[in-house]
Ligand binder design. Sequence first.
Ligand SMILES: [Zn+2]
Ligand SMILES: [Zn+2]
Length: 235
Amino acid sequence: MALTPLTCHACGGHAAVVRAAQTTCRYCGAAVPIPPEYLAAAQQLEQHEALRRAVEPKWRRLAKPTSSTLDWVAVAASFCLPPLASAVVAWFADPTPTPLVGVTLVTIPAIIPGALLSVWTFGSRATGLNLAAQLVAGPPERPGGDPSCRGCGAPLPASPGALAATCLYCRTDSLLTGSAARDASWQVSSRSRTLREALSVWRIRVLLLVMGSAGTAGLLLLLAGVLLVTYALSG
Ligand SMILES: [Zn+2]
Ligand SMILES: [Zn+2]
């Protein structure tokens, strides 16, 4: 039979299960004995926790925010490169290219680096924030309590500095970092039960982002090529 969240006999609040004979209620301080079946479940949880811990460093690496310098470089490249490239070509090219040739061979290609960098920096950050918001733990049942599982609402024993916790009852991983843990209105449901699954989703989204950016760059170059061929044929 599935276990129901352990409650304190004194105040009725949820009590987090620890691997010990008893725990202390976060709300009233009463000693709550841990029944054997909860202890057994806590032992079984260890392998799920080990799987989660194995992917946590990868998650931390992905979740590391891109530097704001990169944002400025992307914006500067988007606005400055096209006119700069056009000016350099107009200055050095002899004879000066016609406006159409200038746009197709200089301006459009010069847009690409800034545009790609912008898509990458802003897109990858938005993807990460969106996914992290979906995985974050729920608020405590009562003020001062442990954060709750995003899957079933059971309390998660929070260890200081931990990135995530695995629920004893439904084996869902919840992120313990971020302000969303204190605000239920932030919560967005996720289909990924574990951090490992969420990491795969993240990788696929980043891959799609890269493919989309490369596709956009390809389309821009194709457009430039078509304009140029049209011009050459008409001339
Ligand atoms: Zn209590
Ligand atoms: Zn749960």
